[in-house]
Ligand binder design. Structure first.
Ligand SMILES: O=C(O)CCC(=O)C(=O)O
Length: 272
């Protein structure tokens, strides 16, 4: 839905497909879920908005991939998507009705991604991955280790895992998620994943969410947010998300203090 004086940027279709009980169980057990064609009704809008934000303001971080942190916050169409039932419905199922919107990024990959997970946090963190180009095992489709979301850190997996898995490369037992534009991939942060094979110009939009943090765990949230100082950020959200000032961002905003302190001291400091 559009709001707060923002112009309507596209027709606003509603998600008609709900996640079933067995899909929720699948996510719980295996740490990922693919919804084929789920985003077809909004694909053109997402595709156009992605290319626009990659032109302006454009990627601010390059390490083989070109990355624009907090990408959603630079586009009315992407904010509409964030607030739409396409996002709200599955995320509320996985993270509860009072979930947090954490951040987003737009990426143009010119390299693959080695085996890693996105962190072990005390509450569920979920990433929505929107790949805007058809991907097969040969050209950089996402690979996941099903069930690795249930590994304990550091009991069953430790810091040596990433380098060991990288030596194994394609021989790590895994599933390849071949996707076409319009598919939505949902992944638990704990799930180990990689993108291998020839990979040139894969476009990926990622949105991150979490369950609401209980009071006692807020210091963990604050440290997690502060890690974004690696991108020279003072806040997790781009201007258009900040304008919306919605309930989904309040817990993150309230815990950005350490990020702002690091930003003030950072040589990467940049405005906007
Ligand atoms: O290269 C990819 O598609 C995977 C992206 C990824 O690893 C991540 O966003 O954590």
């Amino acid at each position: 839905m559009a709001g707060c004086g923002r112009p309507m940027t596209a027709v606003e279709p509603e998600a008609t497909v709900s996640i079933t009980e067995s899909q929720l169980d699948f996510f719980d057990w295996f740490g990922f879920l693919v919804l084929p064609g789920y985003l077809d009704p909004v694909l053109d809008s997402l595709d156009g908005a992605f290319d626009e934000v990659m032109r302006d303001p454009g990627p601010t971080f390059r390490d083989g991939r070109e990355l624009l942190p907090r990408a959603v916050g630079y586009s009315d169409a992407l904010v509409d998507f964030l607030e739409s039932s396409f996002v709200e419905k599955p995320v509320a199922e996985l993270c509860g009705g009072d979930f947090n919107y954490l951040t987003s990024d737009a990426n143009l990959f010119r390299v693959g991604s080695g085996w890693h997970n996105d962190g072990y946090l005390p509450v569920r963190h979920v990433k929505l991955l929107v790949y805007l180009d058809p991907l097969t095992a040969c050209d950089g489709a996402l690979r996941v280790i099903p069930g690795s979301n249930r590994w304990d850190w550091p009991t069953t997996v430790d810091a040596r895992a990433a380098s060991f898995f990288d030596t194994l490369d394609e021989n790590v037992p895994h599933t390849v998620l071949e996707t076409r534009p319009g598919d939505l991939v949902l992944m638990d942060y704990r799930t180990w994943h990689a993108a291998l094979g020839r990979t040139t110009g894969r476009r990926m939009l990622a949105l991150s969410f979490s369950e609401r943090y209980p009071e006692a765990e807020l210091p963990v949230l604050e440290r997690w947010i502060a890690d974004y100082d690696r991108f020279g950020l003072d806040t997790m959200f781009g201007p258009k998300v900040l304008e919306s000032d919605g309930p989904r961002i309040q817990q993150v905003l309230a815990n950005e203090g350490e990020l702002r302190r690091r930003f003030e001291a950072s040589p990467l400091r940049r405005a906007g």
